[in-house]
Design a protein around this ligand. Structure first.
Ligand code: DAH
Length: 339
């Protein structure tokens, strides 16, 4: 009996007819519901105990040889068929395409651009490696000005005139030097500060700068623009401008939005006050206008600067700024559904 099965194995192995009908017959003969294997498995109970092991092994071998044969010849036949048309079988399921996702910072940046472009702001950019003039001096921060200490700066060691920009306010200067008023521009970009990295601050982050220069621009225009922005961005319509100091604006203010105190996270992010600072702003200092070739007797304007990570953390309830820079796909994939 066992020898007989071994012979079947050899026969099955030798089978090599490459046409559908012969293959189907082969399949029925060995694997069909009334086929050889069915019979042999039924026979198993009649086999004497001492032969059971070997018997079991050979019928299993026969089964896998027959199955493998059917599979390979079937594939060969299919491939041949496909080769006939350039596209193969068009009804076969396609390869799944894994969609990427935008980085949350890019998403928020694009949202900000959309909101400001609706009210006529264009987008401008400047270099990340800046000179002293554009980052500090033109912004009313001459050498040895104590306010330079507000921003810990990365300098290029061999040339103290070159640095990594500490804020996007440098782009204001470049834009005013190269464009005549009326000016309405926002400048998103990466900035660098020599700060210890923690859950709340990073040595690299993003800001968006806004600049509006025209005749008779007033503080009321600034406030309305910011109010419009916070409504569009956060759906919040209560803001507060807290008097502050920046060398490049006079008067200057810090922008707080009323976030509310509904949830525990609200308590955490607003430190229990309900208010949250999102940036700085003010009326462009006449000295800055002069430094950039704009006559302060003819034109006035406002400027503001906001942190993009801050806004993204608020919107998406992200508790640690380092997440933005770690490129952990498990974090990034969560933004797939946002466009
Ligand atoms: N550059 C400031 C900073 O990085 C933010 C800022 C404040 C920008 C006031 C402005 C402004 O344009 O008017 O801290």
């Amino acid at each position: 009996m066992i020898d007989k099965i071994k012979q079947h194995i050899e026969e099955a192995q030798a089978f090599n007819e490459k046409n559908k009908e012969a293959l189907e017959q082969f399949r029925i003969k060995y694997l069909g519901s009334k086929g050889l294997l069915k019979e042999l498995f039924a026979e198993f109970k009649n086999v004497p105990n001492e032969q059971k092991k070997e018997f079991g092994q050979v019928i299993n071998t026969l089964k896998s040889v027959a199955e493998e044969k059917v599979k390979t010849i079937q594939e060969e036949l299919e491939n041949k068929e496909e080769a006939k048309g350039i596209y193969g079988d068009l009804s076969r399921p396609g390869e799944p395409i894994v969609l990427g996702s935008r980085h949350p910072i890019a998403l928020v940046k694009n949202q900000i651009i959309d909101i400001f472009s609706t009210i006529g702001f264009n987008v401008s950019e400047g270099p990340e490696i800046e000179d002293d003039w554009h980052n500090f001096t033109a912004l009313n921060l001459p050498e040895y000005h104590p306010a330079r200490d507000m921003q810990d700066t990365f300098f290029i060691q061999t040339n103290p005139d070159i640095l990594l920009r500490t804020h996007t306010s440098s782009v204001q200067v470049r834009y005013m030097e190269n464009n005549k008023p009326p000016i309405r521009t926002i400048s998103p970009g990466r900035v660098f500060r020599n700060e210890a990295v923690s859950a709340r601050s990073h040595c690299i982050f993003h800001q968006v700068e806004g600049l509006y220069i025209d005749k008779d621009v007033s503080f009321a225009d600034l406030k309305q623009t910011l109010l419009y922005f916070t409504k569009e961005m956060f759906g919040k319509s209560k803001i507060r401008l807290r008097p502050s100091y920046f060398p490049f604006t006079e008067p200057s203010a810090e922008i707080d939005i009323y976030w509310g105190l509904k949830t525990e996270t609200d308590y955490k992010i607003t430190k229990g006050t309900g208010w949250l600072e999102i940036g700085g702003c003010g009326m462009v200092d006449p000295n800055v206008l002069k430094n950039c070739g704009i006559n302060p007797d003819e034109f006035s304007g406002f400027a503001f600067g906001m942190g993009i990570e801050r806004i993204a953390m608020l919107l998406h309830q992200i508790g640690d700024i380092r997440m933005f820079f770690e490129n952990d796909v498990r974090f990034l994939e969560q933004f797939k559904s946002s466009i």
